[in-house]
Design a protein around this ligand. Structure first.
Ligand SMILES: [Zn+2]
Length: 408
């Protein structure tokens, strides 16, 4: 997505209560937690140590790069930046917190570099990933605990190593024992526990739909959020624009506050709260749409996002734009778990310009064409822009499947 900070992407987009989404055969469940004041202090210390170790790891890799040395491995960094560092006066305070989240910070740093290099070499789909950056205190804070760092207690409390027993607002049940938990503190000061749960591969599998009509293309747009088969539309929710307006207003208020003042800190929290609320509402809405589409269709064909093209229209706003990428990612994940076909059509496929009746490239083109809603082809066909695009995307998707180009 444009103008999105890749460093923020991980958490900022995922937090809702409860959130549930799949990656491979793993699901993530997030719940609000309410730490006591002393627990908040212990968590603040832990977040600080996690950030320090992460930043030290980035610094170590940067300096190795500058000096032309090989990148230090995670095991080397573990020895140097955790075990040895605890013996030094500058880093002795690392010993006050659990080692588990510190080791996870090194893993995160390693993963961030891997994503960056994969992206550089074109081995990674989606938007380009920048090099890992130093973490700052004002961002979302996280600490991840693997099984030896946390425990679920019979009384419903979540026990975290060297922090204590946290009160959790359980809004649904965890299907099996989680393999890890990440404690998150958002910019607005809310705390969450986000569990990763390995689930049965077939838990979400749906009965196959044997009717040929149960297939749809999806044309993402500006006028409506998406157009499905037969011109069925998913309207852009009104709250997208409403939240956008609220956000703008709060950001303007923030920009007027004096740097370092208490009012500025308050205004920053107000902005963060609107961000979080927006994400929660958007997540909820997206999950609903995805569920309906996957429930009703055996195969779903989408156009790979041309983010630039979409954001050039004046209607395009960040809430709306961001939602497209998330929508496709969830659709893909849900389709995989449900046993549905999901195919991405190449972004250069001219879905809008192609006349679905005769196959000529007679449709609206370029930036000016963005405004054209209806058009007619020389062959006599009259087209609604989005309905025509959906037909083309669906046919192209079906062709890819038939020719064995798409994995299903
Ligand atoms: Zn035509």
């Amino acid at each position: 997505m444009p103008a999105r900070d890749p460093a923020k992407r991980d958490w900022e987009d995922r937090i809702v209560v409860p959130v549930l989404y799949g990656f491979g055969v793993h699901l993530r469940y997030a719940f609000r937690v309410y730490p006591t004041r002393p627990q908040r202090q212990l968590l603040a210390r832990t977040f600080g140590c996690v950030r320090t170790v992460y930043n030290d790891a980035v610094a170590a890799r940067k300096s190795a790069h500058r000096e032309g040395l090989p990148y230090p491995t995670t095991a080397e960094l573990d020895k140097r930046l955790i075990t040895a560092a605890k013996q030094t006066p500058e880093r002795s305070w690392l010993a006050q917190v659990s080692t588990v989240p510190l080791q996870q910070a090194l893993r995160d740093c390693h993963a961030a570099y891997k994503n960056f290099f994969d992206s550089l070499r074109g081995r990674r789909n989606g938007t380009k990933v920048g090099p890992p950056r130093f973490k700052r205190r004002s961002n979302t804070q996280t600490a991840r605990y693997t099984r030896n760092g946390f425990r679920l207690k019979g009384n419903g409390r979540l026990s975290i190593a060297k922090v204590g027993d946290l009160k959790v607002a359980w809004s649904r049940e965890l299907p099996v024992k989680p393999s890890s938990v990440t404690i998150v503190k958002t910019a607005a000061g809310r705390y969450y526990a986000s569990f990763v749960v390995a689930v049965d591969d077939e838990a979400d599998l749906l009965e196959p739909l044997a009717i040929p009509e149960a297939e749809t293309g999806i044309d993402l747009g500006l006028k409506s959020f998406a157009v499905l088969r037969g011109g069925k539309t998913i309207a852009s929710p009104k709250f997208f624009r409403a939240m956008e307006r609220k956000l703008k207003k709060a950001q303007r208020a923030l920009s007027r506050k004096r740097k370092g003042s208490a009012n500025r800190a308050k205004a920053r929290i107000a902005v963060a709260k609107i961000h979080e609320k927006t994400k929660a509402k958007r997540d909820d809405w997206l999950n609903k749409q995805v569920k309906i589409i996957i429930g009703e269709n055996q195969a779903v064909y989408v156009e790979d996002l041309n983010v630039k093209g979409l954001s050039q229209g004046r209607i395009a706003k960040s809430v709306h734009d961001t939602a497209f990428g998330m929508f496709l990612a969830r659709l893909e994940s849900k389709a995989a778990r449900a046993g549905r076909t999901f195919v991405k059509v190449d972004r250069f496929f001219p879905s809008t310009q192609l006349c679905s009746a005769c196959g000529a490239l007679t449709g609206p083109k370029g930036l000016d064409g963005l405004r054209v809603r209806q058009w007619s082809c020389g062959c006599g066909a009259e087209h609604d822009r989005d309905v025509n695009a959906e037909i083309n995307i669906r046919r192209e998707g079906e062709r890819l499947v038939a020719e064995g180009h798409a994995e299903t």
